[in-house]
Design a protein around this ligand. Structure first.
Ligand code: ZN
Length: 212
C-alpha cells in the first residue's frame, strides 16, 4: 500500500451526481450528500475525521436569494460549517459573473482550474479562486494546521499498515513452512489481531478522506 488519493486535491473532472433524492429536511439530505461528496467539504476539501456534526448542507445558490431552490438536490452540496458560515448568503452580481468572479462548485466547474493544493496550503489559480478565498479564507492558521495533522496521520497510518502487512506475511510463511509448529495456534491468533489492526488503520484513513 503506497499510493493513495490524498484528500487534499481538487478534482479535475466535474462531479456527476450519483443520487437524486427528494426530501424536505436538511437532516435527510445531509445523509445522502455526505456519501455523494465522499464526506469532505466541497470547498476546502476538509475530511470529516470523526466530526459529522462539523458539516452541513450547503445551499450553493443561497436560499435567501433563491428560495425556490431550497430543496432542490442539484443546488445542495456538502460543506464544513466553517466554509458554510463564511460563505453565508454570498452570491456574485451579474457584473461579477460576466467577469468570471464566482464561487466554483464541483458539479458545474473544474475545481482544479480555480484552486490547487501545495501540501496543506490552498493556492489560487483564477479570479474565481481568489474571490472564493476572500470569502472562505482557506489558509487560516487553524485550517492549515488541521490539514498538516491529517497528512501526518495518513502517512503514519500507511507506514503502520505496510509494517503490519509485512509481519503478517512473515508469520504466514512460518506457518506454511512449519505446519506442525508448536506455536501454530498463537501465530494464527496473532495474525487475526494484526488483521484487525489493519482494518482499524484503514477506517482511520477513510475518516481522513482517503479513498481506498
Ligand atoms: Zn470547508
Amino acid at each position: 500500500m503506497t499510493n493513495f488519493p490524498s484528500p487534499f486535491r481538487y478534482p479535475k473532472p466535474k462531479h456527476r451526481r450519483e443520487f437524486n433524492p427528494q426530501h424536505r429536511t436538511n437532516k435527510s439530505y445531509k445523509k445522502v450528500l455526505r456519501v455523494e461528496f465522499n464526506r469532505q467539504c466541497i470547498y476546502c476539501r476538509r475530511p470529516e475525521f470523526y466530526k459529522y456534526e462539523a458539516f452541513g448542507v450547503e445551499h450553493y445558490k443561497p436560499k435567501e436569494i433563491f428560495p425556490e431552490l431550497e430543496w432542490d438536490y442539484d443546488n445542495l452540496f456538502y460543506a464544513c460549517n466553517s466554509c458554510n458560515s463564511r460563505k453565508g448568503d454570498s452570491w456574485s452580481t451579474k457584473t461579477q459573473l460576466l467577469d468570471n468572479v464566482f464561487i466554483p462548485n464541483p458539479c458545474e466547474h473544474i475545481m482544479f482550474e480555480h484552486l490547487k493544493f501545495n501540501g496543506a496550503t490552498v493556492k489560487l489559480r483564477s479570479k474565481a479562486g481568489i474571490y472564493t478565498d476572500e470569502l472562505l479564507d482557506f489558509n487560516d492558521d487553524v485550517s492549515v494546521s488541521f490539514r498538516e495533522t491529517i497528512i501526518y496521520i495518513i502517512e503514519k497510518s500507511i507506514g503502520d499498515i505496510n509494517l503490519t502487512e509485512s509481519t503478517i506475511s512473515k508469520l504466514e510463511n512460518k506457518l506454511r513452512d512449519e505446519p506442525m509448529c508448536k506455536m501454530g495456534n498463537e501465530i494464527k491468533k496473532e495474525i487475526t489481531n494484526l488483521k484487525n489492526k489493519i482494518s482499524i488503520l484503514k477506517n482511520r484513513l477513510i475518516e481522513c478522506g482517503v479513498s481506498l
